[in-house]
Write a protein that binds this ligand. Sequence first.
Ligand SMILES: CC(C)(COP(=O)(O)OP(=O)(O)OC[C@H]1O[C@@H](n2cnc3c(N)ncnc32)[C@H](O)[C@@H]1OP(=O)(O)O)[C@@H](O)C(=O)NCCC(=O)NCCSC(=O)C1=CCCCC1=O
Length: 379
Amino acid sequence: MATTDEIIARNAPAELIDHNLIDKDVESLCDGMVQYEKRPARRRDGSVAEGLYNAWIIFNNPKQYNSYTTDMVKATILAFRRASVDREVNAVVFTAVGDKAFCTGGNTKEYAEYYAGNPQEYRQYMRLFNDMVSAILGCDKPVVCRVNGMRIGGGQEIGMACDFTIAQDLANFGQAGPKHGSAAIGGATDFLPVMIGCEQAMVSGTLCEPFSAHKAARLGIIAEVVPALKIDGRFVPNPTVITDRYLDEFGRVIHGEFKTGADFKAGRDLLKQGEVDLSMLDEKVEELCAKLIETFPECMTKSLEELRKPKLEAWNKNKENSRAWLALNMMNEARTGFRAFNEGNKETGREIDFVKLRQGLAKGVPWTEELIESLMPGK
Ligand SMILES: CC(C)(COP(=O)(O)OP(=O)(O)OC[C@H]1O[C@@H](n2cnc3c(N)ncnc32)[C@H](O)[C@@H]1OP(=O)(O)O)[C@@H](O)C(=O)NCCC(=O)NCCSC(=O)C1=CCCCC1=O
């Protein structure tokens, strides 16, 4: 009887149809600010599965905390489509360069300097953004978000669109929307309620308070958390976060909450002494990809399609309305909030005086250029 290898050699067609829409490198769309790499896939025993790969989609804008520009959004859509139709690809690993940030959402410089006050342009941008989220949710391969650093705002949204998340434990998570002039309707308001329930979704989507990777794991936003800090050559958990106790003296869950006061300061000092090493993150990601490869491929894709439905249905129901609202919101609150972040700095702060604005609006003051200028930090 012929071996499977012999049958493959005998029966594989000489030519395969290419299902890609365009024949361009992902990198060429965005000056290399999104990278697409096929890395050899491995079996669970660690050996290379010849001819099979994991597609790594890597944001490369570390100076701006891996926020995505319009060109990067286009490149990301192409990258996910490429991985989706590539017969050799087992899984997609979505990550970013460095150890500070996976992604902090839309590029606030571009928002402030190009899209602010330009709703028709932002509407076109939002078509691309929506297609990026849909490309993740529609990828025929399992998508693993490798959280190398903070995942905030739109970064959290595209991260939650992924099927699995593995995070290094120095990474923070959360939304930025209402603090910076937006609403977290690029996926967060759709995904959060189905992932963590309405109450915690409300807390995250409105208050915009960052939370730790340990808390993200507890809430069920991420699948796994691994240490990344090495002190004297040994991995230790994030020292600014409570990880050694589950309950406080009143029986409230505190595991994963940030430490406070002197404990927080001591944790931060320890953090500065250590070095960040993402090798455990990479091991976990490889381990997951190896588990995924040892399954039937079509049963895997069907399982993904079914299990994505709660997220996808909410997303599809809302994404067009969200696009229209976000475009018009670029005339006032987004225009103000993103400019404030972009024009502010550590000294002046990067947020507006929200109470002043509310006081004006309570008196019926209209949105004017003059009002917006007056709200900029340092004015
Ligand atoms: C809380 C932060 C993420 C991190 O704060 P901190 O640790 O204090 O670092 P910073 O000094 O603020 O940032 C370091 C440098 O990175 C630049 N940076 C950070 N984020 C961005 C970004 N998103 N775009 C461009 N540049 C960014 C920052 O300017 C610093 O560089 P500098 O040269 O100035 O020193 C904090 O950085 C933060 O809040 N960032 C902004 C988060 C944000 O508002 N994101 C956009 C949210 S809205 C969004 O993503 C949307 C998606 C689609 C739907 C609609 C929508 O709104």
